[in-house]
Design a protein around this ligand. Structure first.
Ligand code: COA
Length: 391
């Protein structure tokens, strides 16, 4: 194979949680006009994890259909992107590697940079496949977005995991060079090691996102990237879906183009369908947007998609991908809709109870109540160890 062998996303699958909280329930509790949630931030419901779900159980649920379809033999690397890590030392992907029965002749590592690290994982995977195109890389982005109760961020919570198989001659998306890159030291969103909920200056984070978009687009064009007019769709990181619309308007403005609201709705609407009901899934969010686009668009064959990946703190990357002919035969549309539709609605008291749960840290043996119907559950904490159980 040559260095111009196409490399990209060969398969993509996502999973979410057992429970869902409708924004109408939150609005009734906190007295907010529902228009703020449905229109102002563009969210209708949020995924809420069961007591026995975490980033590992969601990751296994997302990746299992991929290993079932393609086997595990060519996977020599697992890259696990998350900003809601469960351990300061051990990579969450090692549990996933074991639960999926991946070969021992593999490397597994966890990556972090807020919501951006799924894209870092994808780009590292492409480099590994370029070095040896017979290998495949399993990229997983899995996160649970959790803010303090009664804080402005609460309405933007959510959870999901995306698994992607990165390979040569992919069936879904060829990822292109170049990438536009941008890093700036900003305190718009962070979570110190001693906190379970994130700290965020939401309004600052919107400005930081737009500035990072501008910086990464500028670098993309300087690196010889495509003109804006080449793109027929854009997948933005969506901390809340309205952010994608704000970002796209900004991109059009800096490119000196008209921001016609109907045109923006048409361009972005297909990418926000899943995130508007899942909520923020941090590292997974932009790839959920891609799944939503591929599942809902008529035919994107050979079309260029622009990707805008943003992680607070902050790092951004603008890159392009081309949709591979025949991609529709490899989508998981029915399974994706099922993952969303099967969630059980929560009332507000049950949601608060789940939100308030914390992992016991006394080193004892603590069984976890059985709640999830996922293929793997967290069954206990035992001497500080997480014990997972296959269904
Ligand atoms: N009907 C329709 N729209 C309404 C409304 C109503 N009744 N009430 C308010 N709105 C609109 C506001 O005009 C605003 O829209 P705009 O941004 O286009 O001006 C939007 O709803 C939000 O209202 P706002 O007063 O700004 O809400 P807030 O102070 O609660 O903050 C966030 C909103 C998004 C900043 C907050 O939820 C947050 O911090 N989220 C987390 C952000 C994040 O995740 N950042 C991380 C990385 S990018």
């Amino acid at each position: 194979m040559t260095s111009d062998t196409a490399i990209g996303i060969h398969d993509l699958s996502f999973a979410t949680t057992e429970f869902v909280l409708e924004h109408t329930v939150l609005a009734e509790y906190d007295g907010t006009d529902i228009g703020k949630y449905h229109v102002g931030i563009g969210q209708r419901s949020m995924s809420v994890p069961a007591a026995d779900e975490d980033i590992v159980t969601m990751a296994v649920a997302a990746a299992a259909p991929i290993t079932a379809r393609h086997g595990v033999d060519q996977i020599r690397t697992v890259l696990f992107a998350t900003e809601t890590s469960i351990d300061q030392s051990k990579a969450a992907g090692v549990y996933v590697h074991s639960l999926l029965g991946l070969p021992s002749s593999a490397r597994v590592v966890e990556l972090k940079q807020a919501c951006y690290s799924g894209t870092a994982a994808l780009q590292l995977a492409i480099g590994l496949v370029r070095r040896d195109p017979s290998q495949r890389v399993l990229v997983i982005a899995s996160d649970i977005s959790k803010y303090d109760l009664d804080s402005p961020g609460e309405a933007t919570q959510g959870a999901a995991a995306v698994a992607m198989l990165v390979s040569a001659d992919p069936t879904l998306i060829r990822i292109e060079d170049p990438s536009g890159l941008y890093t700036a030291d900003v305190m718009d969103f962070w979570r110190p090691n001693y906190r379970t909920t994130a700290l965020v200056d939401g309004h600052q984070s919107i400005g930081a996102y737009l500035q990072a978009l501008e910086g990464s687009w500028k670098d993309y064009t300087e690196q010889g990237g495509r003109p804006l007019s080449d793109f027929s769709a854009f997948c933005y990181h969506q901390p809340f879906t309205k952010m994608a619309f704000k970002a796209h308007r900004h991109l059009l403005n800096i490119c000196g183009q008209d921001a016609d609201p109907a045109e923006i709705s048409r361009t972005l609407g297909l990418t926000t369908a899943y995130n508007s009901v899942l909520g923020n899934s941090y590292t997974a969010s932009m790839y959920v947007a891609l799944a939503s686009l591929l599942d809902h668009a008529d035919d994107l064959t050979d079309q260029a998609i622009g990707f805008v990946s943003y992680g607070s703190g902050s790092v951004a990357e603008f890159f392009a991908g081309t949709v591979v002919p025949g991609y529709q035969g490899h989508l998981r549309t029915a399974a994706n809709r099922e993952a969303i539709d099967r969630r059980q609605p929560l009332d507000h008291a049950r949601y608060r109870e789940l939100h308030g749960r914390s992992i016991p840290n006394d080193g004892g043996v603590h069984p976890v109540p059985r709640q999830t119907g996922a293929p793997v559950r967290l069954s206990a904490l035992d001497h500080h160890k997480r014990i997972y159980e296959l269904r």
